[in-house]
Design a protein around this ligand. Structure first.
Ligand SMILES: [Zn+2]
Length: 242
């Protein structure tokens, strides 16, 4: 049977306080607000990506329109060149034929002007879309800045907590060094169960682990036991410090 002298049990209470402090620091570390803020930045980045894809889609459509119209202008220019060649090449000499050629060229030139106007319209339509893209790029740059700042702040907060936890862990180890291994193992096994208190004071007939009053018979039985007998609260299982 594990012996538990009152001095060791008091130390065990202190170990538990220090373990609770370590748990609190671990919780604080895992719930640092910067971590949540970083997730929010990542979420905004995803949303921005969707917006950007939609704008880029419109921009590509305008680019395709512009290329198609420019190709058409190039074709018209080729044809005008060919027709000009016929007009001035001396192959065609009849007045009617010459007139027909000139009409053809005039028609092509009119068509060219029309298509060139359409190109200008497309380019004008692209301007606000480019502005939208620039705005998205600006927002993305801002998110990048936020991410850099938050990452640095998170690392700083983690370093501070780790330092504090390191010191507390050292204290805890020093405190635990004065307690026999068997007792520590029993304490740890209880604490490893979720929501369980490893060690608690018995004040009067109340266990300070579960705050329940032990039956008078049980309290009486405990009083009669030697002081170094290890006893547990029959309600919550905590090691009792009498
Ligand atoms: Zn209890």
């Amino acid at each position: 049977m594990t012996a538990a002298n009152p001095e060791e049990l008091k130390r065990l209470l202190l170990v538990q306080d220090q373990d609770r402090g370590l748990d609190a620091l671990a919780h604080q570390r895992s719930t640092l607000p910067q971590r949540e803020d970083l997730q929010a930045v990542e979420q905004r980045r995803v949303e921005l990506g969707v917006v950007e894809a939609e704008i880029a889609g419109r921009r590509h459509e305008l680019e395709r329109d512009q290329r198609r119209l420019e190709d058409e202008v190039a074709l018209i220019e080729d044809r005008i060149k060919t027709e000009d060649g016929k007009l001035y090449g001396g192959e065609v000499s009849g007045v009617k034929e010459l007139q027909a050629l000139q009409d053809e060229i005039a028609g092509l030139k009119a068509r060219q002007t029309l298509v060139e106007d359409q190109i200008i319209s497309v380019m004008e339509a692209a301007e606000p879309v480019d502005a939208e893209l620039a705005q998205v790029a600006q927002q993305r740059a801002e998110l990048d800045q936020q991410e850099i700042a938050l990452t640095a702040a998170l690392a700083e907060a983690e370093v501070a907590i780790d330092a504090e936890a390191g010191e507390l862990q050292q204290l805890r180890n020093d405190t635990a060094a004065g307690i026999n291994q068997e007792l520590l193992k029993i304490y740890q096994a209880i604490r490893d169960q979720p929501g369980r208190i490893g060690v608690a004071r018995l004040v009067g007939s109340t266990c300070h682990g579960c705050h329940l009053e032990l039956p008078a018979v049980e309290v009486d039985r405990l009083r009669k036991l030697p002081t170094d007998t290890l006893v547990h609260c029959e309600e919550c299982g905590a090691i009792l410090v009498r």
